[in-house]
Structure formats: structure tokens, C-alpha cells
Write a protein that binds this ligand. Sequence first.
Ligand code: 6PG
Length: 273
Amino acid sequence: MIVSDQPGPTEAEPEAAASPWRPTPPQIHKFKSPELLAEAAAKRFLETARHAVEKSDRFIVVLAGGSTPRSLYRLLTESPYREKVPWRQTYFVFGDERCVPPDDETSNYRMVHEVLLGPLEIPGTRVLRMKGEQVPVDAARRYEVRLSDLFLNLPKRRFDLTLLGIGKDGHTASLFPGTAALEEQERWVVANEVPQLGAWRLTLTLRSLNASGRVIFLATGEDKAQVIAEAFGGVEHPERHPCERVAPLHVRREVLIDYPAASKIPAPEPASG
Ligand code: 6PG
């Protein structure tokens, strides 16, 4: 578990590959403000996009919903990111969606279109919208087909970058504690009934999220401090926090948090001797 304010290597520690597989501890980056956090996330977005396009002429990114990523998305529509990110080769996947129409104020698609896709004038052909207005199981099945088509002719079914938020209960995407989607081993996307919300959601599964080449969690605010400390403070509780179960093999996950969200992470043990 490395606590740093500076970006570090993202590949797994060599010894992690030798021992029985345990998730490589995430790299925690703490920022003074949500603005500085968004800037750091935008830089990572750009570097990952460039690397992916150099390798396979395509950048496939999973977008987080909720409110935290708004500032990142807005920043990406401004200089220098507007000009530098290879948008024409970028394909947008959604990590999850509420089961509502795309113009509903709670729709993740509506938020992302408003702050990112619209201002960048991204054509719909490169945006895989989860159709929250459809019957959830049908929408999930259709999304599964769209993902298969997206990966057609690519050497690996893999997202180049996955952006994720974290709920106070440790959920991520719409993988809520105790819900059926957490047990899905085959499908990449499912309809998930969330009793805690009294609602259905569409969500990528752990199977698909763990097919990411890079994972960046974003969390800000005091109200996330407890879950951040529990989930990424050094002791793992994967049975309690779905976010901890997003841990692709040999991928160094990054957790970008502001100081309030970092405020309950235990201080590292003083060096002995
Ligand atoms: C959603 C998200 C969800 C979100 C967390 C954090 O559809 O709500 O995908 O996983 O990322 O709930 O939400 P905030 O960023 O609003 O705190």
C-alpha cells in the first residue's frame, strides 16, 4: 500500500505475480482540492488514451456516473485536453446506468452528454449508451452484444481505462453490496436489482471491470472518508465493499481522493529501529 501525492508506476510489483494472487494494493493519491484531483485524472486520461491509440489505434474508456467525475469531464472539454486527446479514436462505454430515459435528470448518460460528449460533439457511433429506458434485462442483453461488437477484431477484450466512483457503502458502478450482479461470472453487463434503492440498475460486472488495463477510482468529500479508509486504508474487506473487488490482475489501481476523503486513512506505521 503506497500512500503518495505523486503519480508512480502503474505496473504490479514483481513479487505480487509470484505469490498466490492477492490484489496489488492500490496506489492512493491525495489532492488538496477536487480541482487538482480533476487535473491529475485528466493527465492520466490523456496519457492512457495516447498509449492505447499508439498500440491499437483505439481508446476504449469506461465512464463513471454519479457527480464526482463531472469536473474531470468538463476539464477534458477544455484546452489542452480538447486538442490533445485522440477523441476520434475514443470509444465511450458506461460503467452503469439508472433505469430511466436518457433525458431523465438522474441519467448518467444525460450528465455525461451534458458535460463531455455534447461539448466535444462526439458522434453517437462511438458512444455505447446503456438504454435505461428499455426493460432492464433486454437492455443488458443488447449492451452485451454491443460490447462484443466493440471488441471484434481486437486482440483482447479489454477496456484501456476504467473510471469509477465509490459510494459510501463501498459500491462502485451499480455493484451494490449483497446484490446479485456481484456473483455474475460470465456476463459483462447485467440488470441488477438493488433493494437498497428500490430500483433496477444496469451495470458492468466484476468480470468486465476486471478486464481493464487501468483502473482509477475518484472520490471527494468528507462523506467518503470512512469507506475510503475501510476499503483502501490497508486492511481489505472485499466481502463488504464491491469496489475492492475491482482488481484486475497485474494492474496497479489508483485511488484519487481529496484531503477530506483521505482524512480517515490511518497514518502509516512509523519505521521501526
Ligand atoms: C452511479 C455511479 C455510482 C457512483 C457512486 C458515487 O450511477 O451513481 O455509477 O457508482 O459512482 O455512487 O457517486 P458520487 O460521485 O455522486 O458520489
